[in-house]
Design a protein around this ligand. Structure first.
Ligand code: B12
Length: 251
């Protein structure tokens, strides 16, 4: 494997710097619109910029795809990401740890909050059917899952967490328009902080395709899961955060 830490994009030949971007402009499709798209791409640092696709999207909007060269470099040594810092366990291992160490079922309450009705993601994590060939948390014998579904208000969620004596609350936020996912998450974590004293609060987990996983502190949650999350990763995190890394409290 290459030792290189500084890389450039690859289009036709190694290191040629070619990238493809897509965007929509609020103009009808004509020659001027195409020129405007190229101008924007130039301002974004693509030089030369080639328009490869333009299609009118309803009245007065055009969608563009532009292909062009950038001169920017990426320094892999400076990339910062949140990496998994706990072991990935099988369903059998998760069940065994919960049974042996917690000696009761681990209670999980999940929901899509606010006006968000995109339940496919949270269902993929919670429901037996799961995702990508992996079963969801309902399949785990030692987990008790309460899935509240779509458009749940924060007070309803707090109430359900109390009723179910939730060890963890899993919230999904897919819509990001006007930063709704950030506002809703902050509102949710503040409500839990107000309703329950530290030490009695469930683990707060939020997930969705457009979260920045490094924003836990800012959003007041314990963990953020992004695109492509699997139920096994979530179950393993629950065991890590609630049991194995809290040796003293559950021994
Ligand atoms: C299906 C869909 C719908 C369905 C939702 C059906 C349902 N029951 O969920 C319907 C038709 C209802 C819908 C409606 C709308 N939608 Co829609 N929808 C989609 C679509 C096509 C797919 C989403 C999806 O199911 N992905 C598959 C799942 C498995 O992926 P996921 O959600 O990312 O989940 C994974 C991870 O993110 C993570 N995860 C997610 N949540 C959680 C939670 C936890 C706790 C954890 C651990 C992990 C986790 O794990 C999951 C598994 O890996 C997307 C576009 C796209 N291709 O993504 C648009 C999209 C999300 N929708 C969009 C929009 C705008 C809308 C509407 C506002 C449209 C309208 N004008 O009416 C409405 C809003 C309705 C509402 N009130 O929320 C936009 C959002 C844009 C934005 N910036 O926010 C998108 C991106 C489309 C687009 N390109 O414009 N939508």
């Amino acid at each position: 494997m290459s030792e290189k830490t500084v890389v450039r994009p690859y289009g036709d030949t190694t290191g040629d710097g070619m990238v493809q971007v897509s965007f929509t402009l609020p103009v009808p499709h004509d020659k001027r619109a195409e020129g405007a798209a190229v101008q924007l791409a130039n301002k974004m640092g693509l030089d030369p910029a080639m328009l490869v696709h333009a299609r009118q999207m309803g009245d007065g909007f055009t969608f563009f795809v532009v292909y062009g060269r950038v001169n920017h470099l990426v320094d892999l040594a400076k990339v910062q990401v949140v990496e998994r810092d706990y072991p990935l366990l099988s369903a059998k291992e998760v069940n065994a740890v919960v049974k042996r160490r917690l000696r009761r079922k681990l209670s999980v309450v999940g929901a899509c909050i606010g006006t968000d009705a995109h339940t496919v993601g949270i269902d993929a994590i919670l429901n037996v059917k799961g995702i990508a060939g992996e079963k969801g948390l309902e399949y785990y014998r030692e987990l008790k899952v309460t899935n509240l579904g779509a458009q749940v208000s924060v007070p309803e969620l707090v109430e359900a967490a109390r009723r179910e004596r939730a060890d963890a609350v899993l919230v999904s936020q897919v819509v990001t328009q006007r930063d709704a996912h950030l506002h809703n998450t902050r509102e949710m974590s503040a409500a839990f902080r107000e309703a329950m004293p530290a030490g009695k609060r469930p683990l707060l987990i939020v997930g969705g395709p457009r979260f920045d996983e490094s924003m836990t502190g800012e959003l007041g949650v314990d963990r953020i899961f992004g695109r492509g999350t699997t139920p096994g990763e979530v179950a393993s995190y629950l065991v890590h955060a609630l049991i194995t890394s809290r040796k003293a409290s559950v021994a």
